[in-house]
Design a protein around this ligand. Structure first.
Ligand code: PLP
Length: 473
């Protein structure tokens, strides 16, 4: 029995779907050498080594872990020198007893920074002023100001709260928009708006005639909720990471302006759109009154997002952030990671897009009766794999991709566990991020090829194998 047994570690307890969708690795888990029995990553008490269906069983070779798990901000922690403000040259000696706020990162935290005696002086610092991050993000997005918040969910919610100040205002958004489908209807629950959903077209846009009809119906009516805000999502996640065309954005903005509505963009993956369209992010954001941007997706930071817009809007957003408990004390650690993500965005995202495309091309070449992909729809780091026929279902296909077996090892010389997400009744979703390399992509593609072939054989024999249980091959 040759070959290697490869486990692509995942992070189920933390449910960080975004980082984990493909070949799960979690930006939140510290690398193994930083783990001291805590945490939830591989090696932690909640995540036994050899976890998952391919867990080392008696008689098999020990699993060789191709650890894709890199702590997204680990490089930030090397060679830490801390962030300190320059003393005022003309002022008193720069010793300051800070009694007005809670502490900066404690020495205990910093002791966990791996010492790197050879750290080059240009290594990024472990802390970065959030105000400076906000300034840079605002500049990048061509907005007057930006506000650092813990998550894109909060950024979007704050945007809705600030744009729709009248209770019961109408928010027009796509029925598949993240803001609508997920997060427990926070916009309705917390912001008190009335969501008016429109069908999302396959490219993530709205039918503009339908949009205008919807606005006109309610505009000036005493019987309808008052339409105040349109929310767009870019890239559009449910549409498979489609980047909204700039001409479309201009049209939506024009329409909104005619009826006095504002436009917010859920730009959690706006940088992916900018890279795919080869434009400055500001060229996208200029068609909106406000835009959010997430640092903890393709940009690889452990947490954080910004909400950008006009000065008065951001001043109001600051209050809403307080209300929601999103004001963070030691935010410099997160800002440092976000800054690094921004600085490396273009190279990282281009690589992710290339890997996603290669994976999609591989599926298309399979020409399999089991699954297919629409290559024209693969624009960024997301690939929606369509399931043809009734079997296997998306969940069953995911189980087969996750399981490893002796048969796989014997036939392919590999035993690879791939984790995808069953997105809908007919599709599974794969998302690329900084911890998935070209080699990992190749392994995942080969695994899908193997699974599709096995399913095809069973179908030809009129058999429908029982999907492997989560615990074994
Ligand atoms: C389009 C979109 N917007 C917002 C979010 C929420 O991001 P966060 O997890 O940072 O709250 C997500 C998360 O997947 C998303 O896909």
């Amino acid at each position: 029995m040759g070959g290697t047994r490869t486990c692509l570690p995942h992070c189920s307890p933390c449910k960080c779907w975004e980082s984990c969708r493909v070949l799960w690795s979690c930006a939140l888990c510290p690398p193994p050498h930083l783990q001291h029995g805590g945490g939830h990553g591989p090696g932690s008490p909640t995540e036994p080594r050899g976890h998952g269906p391919g867990g080392a069983s008696p008689g098999t070779r020990p699993r060789q872990e191709v650890s894709l798990l890199r702590w997204a901000c680990a490089p930030l922690l090397w060679g830490h020198r801390g962030f300190c403000q320059e003393p005022d040259p003309g002022g008193p000696p720069a010793r300051c007893q800070e009694l007005w706020r809670d502490p900066r990162p404690s020495p205990a935290l910093l002791r966990h920074v791996p010492a790197r005696a050879d750290a080059p002086p240009q290594d990024p610092p472990v802390l970065f002023p959030p105000a400076e991050l906000q300034r840079r993000a605002a500049g990048l997005l061509g907005m007057e100001e930006a506000l650092f918040v813990p998550t894109a969910t909060m950024a979007n919610l704050i945007a809705v709260m600030c744009h729709c100040q009248r209770r019961g205002a109408q928010l027009i958004l796509g029925q598949d928009a993240h803001l609508h489908r997920f997060k427990h209807g926070g916009a309705a629950q917390v912001a008190g708006i009335h969501p008016q959903v429109l069908p999302d077209l396959p490219d993530g846009t709205f039918d503009l005639e339908r949009l205008e009809l919807t606005i006109r119906e309610a505009h000036g009516s005493r019987y309808h909720p008052r339409p105040e805000l349109i929310c767009l999502e870019n890239t559009h996640s449910s549409a498979g990471g489609r980047a909204l065309p700039l001409a479309y954005l201009r049209q939506v903005r024009g329409l909104a302006g005619r009826y006095g509505l504002r436009v917010h963009m859920d730009g959690a993956r706006l940088m992916n759109a900018a890279v795919a369209q080869d434009v400055e992010p500001a060229r996208i954001a200029r068609h909106c009154d406000s835009v959010s941007l997430c640092f903890s997706k393709g940009l690889g930071a452990p947490a954080g997002a910004v909400l950008a817009g006009r000065r008065e809007f951001v001043a109001e957003a600051w209050r809403a952030r307080k209300l929601l408990g999103g004001g963070m004390r030691q935010a410099g650690v997160l800002a440092a990671a976000a800054r690094l993500g921004l600085e490396r965005a273009e190279a990282t995202l281009r690589r992710d897009h290339d890997n996603a495309r290669r994976f999609a091309e591989g599926i298309q070449e399979l020409n399999s009766p089991v699954c297919s992909v629409n290559l024209a729809a693969v624009e960024t780091n997301i690939v929606m794999v369509s399931i043809r026929g009734g079997w296997p279902s998306p969940a069953e296909l995911c189980q087969h991709l996750r399981a490893v077996s002796e048969e796989e090892l014997a036939e392919t010389g590999q035993a690879v566990s791939v984790l995808l997400f069953p997105w809908s009744a007919h599709a599974v979703r794969a998302v690329w991020h900084r911890d998935v390399s070209a080699r990992d992509t190749e392994l995942a593609k080969n695994k899908l090829e193997f699974v599709a072939r096995k399913c095809q054989e069973k179908l030809a024999q009129g058999l429908r194998p029982t999907p492997p249980s989560a615990g074994g091959a």
